[in-house]
Design a protein around this ligand. Structure first.
Ligand SMILES: C[S@@+](CC[C@H](N)C(=O)[O-])C[C@H]1O[C@@H](n2cnc3c(N)ncnc32)[C@H](O)[C@@H]1O
Length: 352
């Protein structure tokens, strides 16, 4: 959101009237479980409070981003400065999960693929922390004023779908470049201390549950000593192998009866292993996914694409525990970036 912190022609502070129009459009467009987050200048806090309230929002939370170890240049923000944010949602009970402040470095160093840095760029680590706190895997993260695309990079790293927009067509090449190289930012980790506790470790737990559920379905009991409860993604990766073993054992002993979808229960368990691998260990595009399925099923010929897509969807849906989405690669695209980088427009307002 432009709020007049630089001399950029597109960084003009919004008037109260503009804020009001924005807020009432937001109110109409935001889904019930959606949330809106924007950074703002201290001087604009009051205008946003009034604007959101007059549009009908009743959950309005303010907070601050405390910047540490920043680089004074090329970012205009001084080290250890504060920047503020507002969060709102149409739900009345979402207030409790808003942290009053975030602490973050600025991550302003040029990456090898970059030629310049947008001066008000937000750190990817900050955006990841916020995105993890307020959305789930597969959710849409939209940034109508995306500047350098940090929000997009952060969302891609954490498997969200991205919608971006910026009025300044000159920035588009830089944004695309950042998104193409989003993996270069994987070292910009979310700030663990600022992750809301109940969301922390969710993927790791869900994998345990996935394997447990599958075992339960095929009438087998998993060896609980092998089902390690983990608290972080990194730990999940370490245990992934052990858990895959559990699934394989289950599959080996399971019923070989052919199901009406063309795969045996044993084969389905193997496909589930590949899905789990895709979700927790290594992201795959469709080509590598189907090759991996083919390999794990020990087939010489490629698996029928439509059948595999349909079956994978069904397996992911039925194996996922409540509240968790297991993703499968998009069969219509071979490119993980295209799959998630749905829309980037220059000059058009996204929230119409
Ligand atoms: C403060 S910056 C956003 C910074 C961004 N979060 C980042 O990390 O780089 C504001 C952006 O809004 C864009 N902008 C200003 N007015 C706009 C409008 N009417 N529609 C779309 N984008 C606009 C500017 O070009 C600028 O890139």
């Amino acid at each position: 959101m432009p709020y007049g912190i630089t001399k950029d022609s597109h960084d003009t502070r919004l008037s109260y009237e503009q804020i009001k129009v924005f807020c009432s459009t937001l109110r109409k467009k935001l889904t019930l479980d959606g949330g809106f987050f924007t950074f703002l200048n201290f001087a604009a806090l009051n205008d946003w409070n009034r604007g959101l309230y007059s549009a009908g929002f009743r959950t309005i939370r303010f907070g601050s981003w405390i910047k540490t170890n920043g680089y004074v240049k090329p970012c205009p923000y001084p080290t250890n400065a504060l920047e503020h944010f507002v969060f709102t949602t149409r739900k009345s009970n979402r207030g409790e999960c808003i942290l009053p402040f975030y602490l973050s470095g600025q991550s302003q160093k040029l990456k090898s693929h970059e030629t310049s840095i947008v001066s008000y760029r937000k750190p990817v680590s900050l955006m990841r922390t916020i995105i993890l706190n307020h959305t789930n895997v597969g959710d849409v993260v939209a940034d109508g004023f995306c500047g350098s695309g940090s929000t997009g990079v952060a969302a891609l790293l954490d498997d969200r779908t991205v919608l971006l927009n910026d009025i300044d067509s000159l920035k588009i090449d830089g944004i695309i470049n950042n998104l193409k190289h989003y993996q270069n930012y994987s070292g910009h980790k979310p700030k663990e201390d600022f992750l809301i506790k109940e969301r922390r470790g969710k993927p790791a737990q869900s994998m345990d549950e996935v394997i447990e559920r599958q075992a339960h379905k095929t009438g087998e009991k998993t060896d609980r000593r092998k089902t390690v409860k983990t608290e972080s993604n990194a730990a999940a990766k370490e245990t992934a192998k052990a858990q895959e073993e559990v699934a394989t054992n289950v599959a080996k002993k399971s019923n070989k009866k052919r199901t009406n979808r063309g795969f045996t229960v044993e084969q389905k368990a193997k496909i589930l292993e590949v899905i789990v691998h895709h979700n927790y260990t290594e992201r795959m595009d469709w080509t590598s996914y189907s090759a991996k399925v083919q390999e794990s099923l020990g087939r010489k010929r490629e698996v029928n694409r439509t059948l595999l897509a349909r079956t994978s969807k069904a397996i992911a849906r039925s194996a996922a525990p409540k509240g968790v989405t297991l993703q499968i690669p998009d069969s219509s695209s071979n490119n993980i970036l295209n799959q998630k980088f749905l829309n980037l427009t220059a000059g058009k307002k996204l929230l119409k």
